[in-house]
Design a protein around this ligand. Structure first.
Ligand code: SF4
Length: 329
């Protein structure tokens, strides 16, 4: 790891100015992404701006929403009683997303900005990685891949977005609050991430120096059922092969509203609007769940090591819908 300057600003505005004004500066919060990548030589900032002590660590509740400061830890948010009552999908995704030790360090903002888990991206000795070195190619497409994306992927990059939290948040229509040197803005999480296209190095809409300050999470109407199903190689801490976040409002035996997020399959936390359209107005049942799953997993881009995810993702969606609607898992 090369030498770097370490600074600790005293307020958000100062932090944003420091990073915006220096193309070689990076934010440090919980450290669970940046420190790993610096040790591996993937990221080499000359200045590290420590924001961990800034006052962005509170949870504000109203009847309709929870607004979470970006420096709130995963564990602190998971412990909020309102989640168990109104948004179990979010609590389950947080608990499935990391070990207890990591949840006590990792922040909500940092989790949303975690970098690709692609082993080629994290190994600077591998030359071909368009995300790390634009224009160099993609070793995952040309060599072997397994923990990679099948939706939103292409020849340029098939890296997954590995956050479980973000999958639940896209299903809940969360909104991120951003601050830059020119002011603040709010961006729906469904519009925050970018699929790789021809610029895999651009993963979201943030400009250099812009900071996530909070995440606003609308709470589903009382009586709405939700849940998160994560399929992985082992039951202890592991990234998802496939996951599904389902939010279903069922009235008088009919699905009044449906929202779905998918993980382990997309280059971004994936929302499934066609599946949601099929579900709305239908009675819960195997037929409509199977049709919704098929519509959610189409137009895939697979390589030999990821082709298994097509069937696995469809079965995962069916099971998540069945469980959340009260049917047989
Ligand atoms: Fe790099 Fe993306 Fe290819 Fe992985 S999948 S090697 S991150 S370009």
């Amino acid at each position: 790891m090369r030498e770097f300057a370490f600074v600790r600003p005293t307020n958000v505005e100062q932090a944003v100015e420091l990073v915006t004004g220096d193309p070689d500066a990076a934010y440090l919060a919980g450290g669970t992404t940046l420190v790993d990548l610096m040790k591996d030589g993937v990221l080499r900032p000359r200045r590290v701006v420590d924001i961990a002590r800034l006052p962005l660590r509170e949870v504000i509740r109203t009847d309709h929403a929870v607004t979470v400061g970006a420096l709130t830890t995963m564990e602190e948010l998971a412990a909020e009683p309102v989640l168990a009552e109104r948004a179990p999908v979010l609590r389950e995704a947080l608990l499935a997303g990391a070990s207890t030790q990591l949840r006590n360090m990792a922040t909500i903002g940092g989790n949303l900005l975690q970098r690709a888990r692609c082993r080629y991206f994290r190994d600077p000795s591998v030359r071909a990685c368009n995300k790390r070195s634009p224009g160099s190619g993609c070793a995952a497409v040309d060599e072997s891949a397994r923990m990679h994306a099948i939706l939103g992927a292409g020849e340029s990059c098939i890296a997954l977005h590995a956050s479980d939290l973000a999958v639940a948040l896209v299903a809940l229509d969360a909104v991120v609050h951003l601050q830059g040197t020119t002011g603040t803005r709010r961006v729906p999480l469904t519009e925050f991430y970018r699929v790789p296209g021809s610029t895999p190095e651009r993963e979201n809409v943030l400009e250099h120096g812009q900071l996530i300050t909070a995440v606003e999470i609308p709470l589903p109407a009382a009586g709405t059922a939700s849940g998160y199903l994560k399929i992985r190689d082992r039951a202890s801490y592991e990234f998802a092969l496939v996951s599904a976040a389902a939010v279903l409002e069922i009235r008088d035996g009919v699905i009044h509203d449906a929202r779905m997020g998918l993980g382990g399959v997309g280059t971004i936390p994936w929302r499934a609007p066609t599946a949601e359209s099929l579900l709305r107005g239908a009675r819960p049942g195997t037929g409509v769940f199977r049709a919704a799953a098929a519509s959610a997993i189409r137009d895939t881009f697979t390589v030999p090591g990821t082709a298994f995810k097509v069937a696995l993702a469809r079965r995962t969606i069916e099971r998540a819908l069945s469980t959340v609607s009260g049917g047989t898992p």
